[in-house]
Design a protein around this ligand. Structure first.
Ligand SMILES: Cc1ncc(COP(=O)(O)O)c(C=O)c1O
Length: 334
């Protein structure tokens, strides 16, 4: 794929980039590995985390289509929804969030920030979220259009052929940082929630750094589900770029087995693990995504799955606000 093709895609510059990369000194010594971290939780404050990299492309596309409101969806504590609400406010358009709930939620964490940022909110049940969230967002878009307001629907996690560009570009950033730091990462590791970060890193590595293997730890669903999702997102991106790159799911590495009790449900030992890392390295992982992925990495390192790799880079994709709704459980394990 020609590099200029990616450079020609419309984007906004909203994230604080490049994000820092450094070695986790004490953990590396203790675990007997060379483990580094990329702080994509430093991409912004209101926009902290991975989603802003995707939204730089997604919102640029929405604005180019003259959108006045963006509609998207996620769980009640969705980082993606909070980041979308923040970016929408920043560029002067409205946001409408379709949030999955089981019961009336407490106003805390990301949901509190959604409200502060002025997002319009529609609650839907878990069942409707699984079966017809796309339809529901399309209906909301129609309602806006009927009032003469141009709407743009962003899929869950902005994980589509457009949002994907954000993590392809992140690989270019990593390659430039490697030169500055004098290290060559042979494994990149991230959490997988809706698949966009993984498929972006995967494609980016294929294009700009074929020496690297990209691993994703899924925090919901399973390996088969995410191989399908990531293959489909990556294929859409390749199509959008008019490239002839072949997306092969056999080259993808989704590591299943660490979603624990389920999406956004934490085991005490996972929270303890987050606490230990915080105290050793001053890095706070989130309980829903990065905490589970890093916990998975620890166990897979012990099992020898990464033994062929010399220098491993973990991408901290954010989620700090998700710590606060877990305050009771954290307090219990502290
Ligand atoms: C903090 C955090 N890390 C990782 C992920 C996973 O990224 P993706 O949805 O692109 O798979 C998400 C969102 O789902 C997230 O909010």
């Amino acid at each position: 794929m020609s590099k200029t093709k990616l450079e020609n895609v419309k984007k906004l510059n909203l994230a604080n980039l490049p994000t820092p990369v450094y070695r986790l000194e004490r953990i590396s010594e203790e675990w007997g590995v060379d483990l580094w971290i990329k702080r994509d939780d430093y991409t912004g404050a209101e926009t902290s985390g991975n989603k802003i990299r995707k939204l730089e492309y997604t919102i640029a596309k929405a604005l180019s289509e003259k959108a006045e409101v963006v509609i998207t969806c996620g769980g009640i504590q969705s980082n993606h929804c909070r980041a979308t609400a923040a970016v929408a406010a920043k560029v002067g358009i409205k946001s409408h969030l379709v949030l999955r709930i089981d019961e009336e939620p407490p106003v805390e964490g990301n949901y509190l920030l959604d409200k502060i940022l002025g997002a319009e909110i529609t609650f839907i049940s878990r069942k409707d979220y699984s079966n017809r969230r796309g339809e529901i967002m399309a209906e909301i878009a129609k309602e806006y259009e009927a009032k003469g307001i141009k709407a743009y629907v962003i899929p869950e996690g902005a994980s589509d052929g457009t949002g994907n560009f954000g993590y392809i570009e992140a690989v270019q950033e990593i390659v430039a940082q490697e030169k500055e730091l004098g290290v060559n990462f042979d494994a990149i590791v991230c959490a997988v929630g809706s698949g966009g970060t993984y498929s972006g890193l995967f494609l980016g590595a294929k294009i700009y750094a074929p020496d690297k293997k990209v691993y994703g730890f899924n925090v919901c669903d399973d390996e088969e589900y995410f191989l399908n999702v990531c293959e489909s997102i990556a294929s859409d991106t390749v199509k959008a770029l008019g490239s002839d790159i072949e997306v092969k799911r056999e080259e993808m590495n989704i590591i299943d087995g660490y979603k624990g009790l389920g999406y956004a449900i934490s085991k005490d030992e996972e929270l303890l693990f987050i606490t230990e890392l915080a105290r050793k390295e001053g890095v706070i992982l989130d309980p829903v995504y990065t905490g589970k992925a890093f916990y998975g990495l620890y166990h897979e390192l012990k099992k020898g799955r990464f033994s062929a790799h010399k220098h491993i880079l973990f991408v901290h994709t954010g989620g700090l606000f998700g710590v606060f709704p877990k305050q009771e459980q954290f307090t219990k394990v502290l």
